[in-house]
Design a protein around this ligand. Structure first.
Ligand code: HEC
Length: 308
């Protein structure tokens, strides 16, 4: 009896592990529209990043988002690590054979990306600071030297650091994907303050922006007045069709595609070890299932020898 309880307890444990691995998103809360959930390759039990999408996503971040959003946790060399957008198994043609391109510091693509920037260094022998081209060990440059300047440039709002943004928001990937596409003409019933922008997926309460003729004396919406979904915040629409040129001619240059790619990149940035974690999860479940089988077989074997 005791043994059979143990065997079933193991089965239950295996079932719980499986269920938690396959857990999926619940519905979005707040007054915002329900989020769009495209298919992301990194979701699911065997999910992994799409390297080309990661590269395009970096391009979108670099061209558009990086002018306001920092990524303090990233250095250029992270782009060349295993599983990263520009990781190289072997060197491309033309690179000397003695180079080890799987080492991010020697990866020629990463070196070229870093060298596009001028970074401040020093002091030199004369005590002066100087600019030099970036190298892989340099952190990603920040768009603003400090928070005050960042706020001054953005109507008082602070663009959040993007290193962990996907984790910091509820259903981060679907949320950011939807937010990029959620800019809409504000409905006629609301008045949007200057320097603020209406977005159907931003969590907020639009009743406070209703024009006076749609509210009663206490500020509640009049009967029959529908409060629009979404909210307002200080980021103007960052993406438009055609604004980033993709090298791959087949790739659509649309807000939707840019949004999908930049989310892939931001998800990688917030969880670069996702693939390893998922592989480990799958191995653990296989291990548990095999263990269950063995336990069950030995239980049958042992108890078959007992006379009834
Ligand atoms: C011109 C500056 C600017 C650019 C370019 C920009 N953002 Fe922003 N972003 C902001 C500001 C400012 C905020 C904070 C707004 C606020 O809190 O009211 C913000 C906030 C955000 C947020 C957080 C929203 C929330 O839930 O709090 C996300 C996500 C975001 N930006 C994504 C992006 C992405 C992705 C790009 C590039 C495609 C981008 N941003 C480009 C200025 C910018």
């Amino acid at each position: 009896m005791i043994r059979s309880t143990r065997a079933s307890a193991t089965l239950v444990a295996a079932a719980i592990s499986l269920a938690s691995l396959a857990s999926t998103a619940e519905a979005a809360g707040g007054g915002a529209k329900e989020l769009m959930h495209p298919h992301f390759g990194f979701e699911g039990v065997t999910g992994h990043y799409d390297k080309e999408a990661l590269q395009r996503g970096y391009q979108v971040y670099r061209t558009i988002c990086s002018s306001c959003h920092s990524m303090k946790q990233l250095s250029f060399r992270n782009l060349g690590q295993k599983g990263a957008p520009f990781y190289l198994d072997e060197c491309p043609d033309g690179v000397p054979e003695t180079t080890n391109c799987s080492n991010p510091n020697d990866n020629p693509i990463v070196k070229a990306i870093a060298a596009e920037y001028q970074v401040q260094d020093g002091p030199d022998d004369y005590g002066d600071m100087f600019d030099r081209p970036g190298v892989p060990s340099d952190p990603f440059p920040r768009p603003y030297p400090n928070e005050q300047i960042a706020r001054l440039a953005n109507n008082g709002a602070l663009p959040p650091d993007m290193s962990l943004l996907v984790k910091a928001r509820h259903h981060g990937a679907a949320y950011i994907y939807s937010l990029m596409q959620g800019y809409a003409e504000p409905p006629a019933s609301v008045e949007i303050p200057a320097g603020q922008y209406y977005n159907e997926y931003y969590p907020g309460d639009m009743s406070q922006y209703l024009k006076p003729e749609y509210k009663d004396a206490e500020g509640h919406p009049l009967e029959g007045v529908e409060v629009p979904p979404g909210g307002v915040f200080a980021m103007s629409q960052p993406l438009y069709d055609g604004m980033v040129d993709y090298a791959d001619e087949e790739m659509p240059e649309t807000i939707e595609q840019y949004a999908k790619d930049v989310v892939e990149f931001l998800t990688w940035a917030s969880e670069p070890k996702l693939e390893e974690r998922k592989k480990l999860g799958v191995m653990t479940v296989i291990y548990l299932v095999v263990l269950c089988g063995l336990l069950y077989a030995s239980y049958r074997e042992i108890w078959s020898k007992v006379d009834h």
